[in-house]
Design a protein around this ligand. Structure first.
Ligand SMILES: [Zn+2]
Length: 441
């Protein structure tokens, strides 16, 4: 068997094609999220180490201008320019039709940093003031402000992560100039995130006297984190939870220790166990065959009475497919899934590895088998990565495929900060900005 080969030149071509030519029409419905597509494209070239080699200073300045064109005067960024009806026509009454949104604001800031901008034109004070208005009473974040300043959308952990990330970038270590600007409620945000770790039953159901026992027995039923309290564990939302907590923790270590970031604590250890268990050799690459079998069985109605007669348990059990035991060959490829009993998917190599990296447990990933999966199963011949085996490349999976390999120190890739999901070059640039200097701390 030939060794897995990282085809860097093809990936550079893929990201350049996405940057400089039209995207395939399948992206049309993502028009209002164009800033996200821009983030994957620019950041992809950056961790390939080619952003500054393959674009001119004028081009990069053009991209920067486009991002600033997405800035809302009252703070934050829109996801594309399509809702902008012009500064002259904008009034407090109609601005809910062209709102800043929380994820777009985070991505806009990261793109600007990646392109080398110093954020001097970002309306920092307005943005932080707007951000604190985006937090709901339960600690979570919405997506946009609707009419009358009502918080709309969002509510799950993705928005918590982008909210905490935006605060991290713009608050920094020096709060000079932010006097009187209300900060977000960090304690409420942490409490909301902790409540999203999957538990067997609401602790509130247990009498006070059994609290300790209940906590021991039932806290973290499977250990993963869902999109909200009592939802199914999901690696993407788990990443957002750990990312948000990491952003909060990096800005201040003065708060009480966060259990999900504390080795030895129950919530930490059960989450690590759940994340590691997401690595799987079930790739879903035999799916086509089973689809064909299903299609052959389309005359189900005429066979219904015969089928009913066969409905005894022993007969049905005999019809179950034989699951082949794992072999050395079948274990060569092991990607990650995002939920129990799902097939591997390129992006989950990122969501799980990044979470483990932030928790200091990346060493538990079987890096060799993950690399085989990415390079031999989902790396595409035209560059980029598909979601699964044999699928065409797309920007999200291409970027996350690269980042997962970067965590494993693949030669030719910049090392990446798992929280900011950008190269350490970008992180160093952020930390060089005025409000990151600690002199007034
Ligand atoms: Zn995916």
């Amino acid at each position: 068997m030939t060794g897995a080969v990282f085809d860097k030149q093809r990936h550079i071509k893929y990201f350049l094609r996405c940057l400089k030519t039209f995207l395939p029409d399948l992206y049309t419905s993502n028009d209002s999220n164009r800033i996200l597509l821009a983030y994957f494209t620019v950041a992809g070239l950056d961790i390939l180490g080619e952003l500054h080699n393959r674009t001119t200073a004028e081009e990069r300045q053009g991209y920067i201008e486009w991002i600033y064109h997405c800035q809302i005067p009252s703070g934050g960024f829109r996801g594309f320019t399509g809702t902008d009806f012009g500064r002259d026509r904008r009034t407090p009454e109609n601005e809910a039709w062209d709102p800043a949104n929380v994820p777009s604001t985070f991505f806009a800031l990261v793109i600007l940093l990646t392109l080398g901008d110093d954020l001097s034109r970002v309306r920092r004070v307005e943005c932080l003031r707007w951000l604190s208005r985006m937090q709901r009473e339960n600690g979570s974040f919405g997506e946009v402000l609707g009419s009358g300043g009502r918080i709309e959308g969002g509510g799950d952990l993705r928005f918590c992560c982008f909210g905490a990330g935006t605060r991290y970038i713009l608050r920094g270590k020096c709060v000079d100039g932010l006097e009187g600007i209300r900060d977000i409620d960090v304690n409420k945000l942490v409490a909301f995130i902790e409540a999203c770790q999957v538990r067997k039953a609401p602790l509130i159901l247990y009498p006070k006297v059994y609290d300790d026992l209940a906590k021991k027995l039932f806290q973290a039923y499977d250990g993963g984190i869902g999109e909200g309290p009592f939802c199914e564990s999901h690696s993407g939302h788990t990443y957002c939870a750990i990312g948000a907590l990491t952003f909060l923790d990096r800005l201040s270590k003065k708060h009480k220790p966060i259990a999900l970031l504390s080795p030895g604590a129950g919530p930490f250890e059960s989450l690590v166990r759940w994340l590691v268990a997401r690595q799987t050799s079930e790739l879903g690459d035999d799916e086509e065959e089973s689809d064909e079998e299903d299609n052959h069985n389309t005359d189900g109605v005429t066979n219904l009475s015969a089928t009913i007669e066969e409905l005894n348990l022993d007969a049905r059990a005999d019809q179950l497919p034989v699951i082949q035991p794992a072999t050395e060959d079948s274990l060569r490829w092991a990607g990650f899934n995002g939920r129990c009993n799902k097939y591997a998917d390129t992006c989950y190599s990122f969501w799980n590895s990044a979470s483990l990296d932030m928790m200091g447990r990346l060493v538990l990933v079987d890096a060799t088998r993950n690399r085989h999966y990415l390079l031999e199963k989902t790396q595409h011949i035209v560059g980029g990565f598909g979601k699964g085996v044999g699928e065409p490349p797309d920007l999200l999976h291409s970027y996350f495929g690269l980042v997962s390999l970067a965590f494993q120190e693949e030669p030719g890739l910049e090392s990446v900060d798992p929280a900011l999901c950008s190269s350490y070059r970008v992180v160093r640039h952020l930390h060089s900005l005025p409000w990151w200097q600690e002199k007034n701390d």
